[in-house]
Each structure stands twice: as structure tokens, then as C-alpha cells.
Design a protein around this ligand. Structure first.
Ligand code: AMP
Length: 196
């Protein structure tokens, strides 16, 4: 099973990815997690990404395409994966099509998690408050200003992907404002339907 989850920051892509990982025995490939690991390890990749990410802007396409291409070649990705936060631009989507095509593979589905953007800011604020109360570290880009930049990047650079994948017939849409369990069940039903 090879999936893409599309949705703005705070839509629940990470949570739904983890559930898909358990259900389908696939791996979650989150470019955001990989970039944060590179920053923590103080690698050249981390140096490139650090300030861009803190602002909420997108890291250059060639950088993220490179890390995804390497990661997809790892043996644990052979059974499938859910891409969480990649692709984020039309150029990345085309690079992904090429990468998969070269290996005779294709995506099973692209799932767009639709949310009310007005409510997202409230969600992120309560997530921040909860994490701070629990004494958990907060991401450098989890602040209202960077969050707005991330939302703008989503609107201007990632939303065009919806049309790209609608045109290929791979797009499935779920209501991300529903309860987490309901979103998961809807995704399960859409996937069962598409593979039937
Ligand atoms: P995420 O964890 O998916 O919310 O990503 C956090 C940040 O990492 C984003 O705001 C971008 O700065 C960067 N990033 C993650 N994935 C990508 C991508 N596919 N293309 C460009 N930048 C990315």
C-alpha cells in the first residue's frame, strides 16, 4: 500500500499516518520528521533547513526529493508507505511520479484531509498550551506567526496538488473536522473501496 496524505498543518496527517502504519504494516515517511532529525543531528541538511523551517517556509524541492528518494529505497519501505507532508509542491509530485514509475510502482491513493482553516489556529493554540502544560518541547515552527506562514505555503503551493491528483483519479477526500476515529474509519472505507 502506497499512500499520500494531503492536508494543511494541524489537519491530523501525523495521527492518521500512524494508524495506517499499524493497520497496513507500512512505514510513515514524514519529511518534516526527517528534517527535524537532521537539525537535531546538526548535519549539513539540518543547517540548510533550520531557518527556513522555523519561519514556516518550504525547504527547496531538490532537498526534500533527495531525502525521500533515499528513504524509499530502504528495505523497510518495500511493503509500502504513507507519505506524510510530501509532496508539497507540484514539482515534488512530479518527481515522486518519476521515482515510483522508474521502479514500476504507483500510488494506491492520495487522501486529502479537509479542514476548516479558521479552526486550525485554535487547534494549534490548544495543542501548544497542552504541550507546554505537560512540559513537552514545542516545535520551533509551532507559533502563531510561523503557523500562518505554513498555512499560506499550503494554500499557494500544496493546494494545486489536489487538482493534479484529481486529474489522475487517485484523489480521495475526507472530512478532517470529524472525530479522529471517524476520520480513520472513513479512510479505511475509502481504501477498501478503491482496492475492491
Ligand atoms: P511538517 O512536519 O510536515 O509540518 O513539516 C514541517 C516543515 O518542514 C515545513 O513547514 C517545511 O518547512 C518543512 N518541510 C516538510 N516537508 C516538506 C516538503 N515536502 N517540502 C518542503 N518543505 C518541507
Amino acid at each position: 500500500m502506497r499512500l499520500v496524505l494531503l492536508g494543511p498543518p494541524g489537519a491530523g496527517k501525523g495521527t492518521q499516518s500512524q494508524r495506517l502504519v499499524e493497520k497496513h504494516k507500512i512505514v510513515q515517511l514524514s519529511t518534516g520528521d526527517m528534517l527535524r532529525a537532521a537539525i537535531a543531528a546538526d548535519t549539513p541538511l539540518g543547517h540548510t533547513a533550520k531557518d527556513i523551517m522555523a519561519r514556516g517556509d518550504l525547504v527547496p524541492d531538490d532537498v526534500v526529493v533527495g531525502i525521500i528518494a533515499d528513504r524509499m529505497e530502504q528495505p523497510d519501505a518495500a511493503n509500502g508507505f504513507v507519505l506524510d507532508g510530501f509532496p508539497r509542491t507540484v514539482a515534488q509530485a512530479k518527481a515522486l511520479d518519476d521515482l515510483l514509475g522508474r521502479n514500476g510502482l504507483k500510488l494506491d491513493a492520495v487522501i486529502q484531509i479537509k479542514v476548516d482553516e479558521g479552526i486550525l489556529i485554535k487547534r494549534i493554540e490548544s495543542r501548544l498550551a497542552e504541550m507546554t502544560a505537560r512540559g513537552q518541547p514545542v516545535r520551533a515552527d509551532d507559533n502563531p506567526e510561523a503557523f500562518r506562514t505554513r498555512l499560506t505555503a499550503y494554500r499557494t503551493q500544496t493546494v494545486p496538488l489536489v487538482e493534479h491528483y484529481a486529474a489522475t483519479g487517485q484523489l480521495k477526500i475526507v472530512d478532517g473536522m470529524a472525530e479522529i476515529d471517524v476520520v480513520s474509519r472513513t479512510i479505511d472505507q475509502l481504501l477498501a473501496h478503491s482496492s475492491a
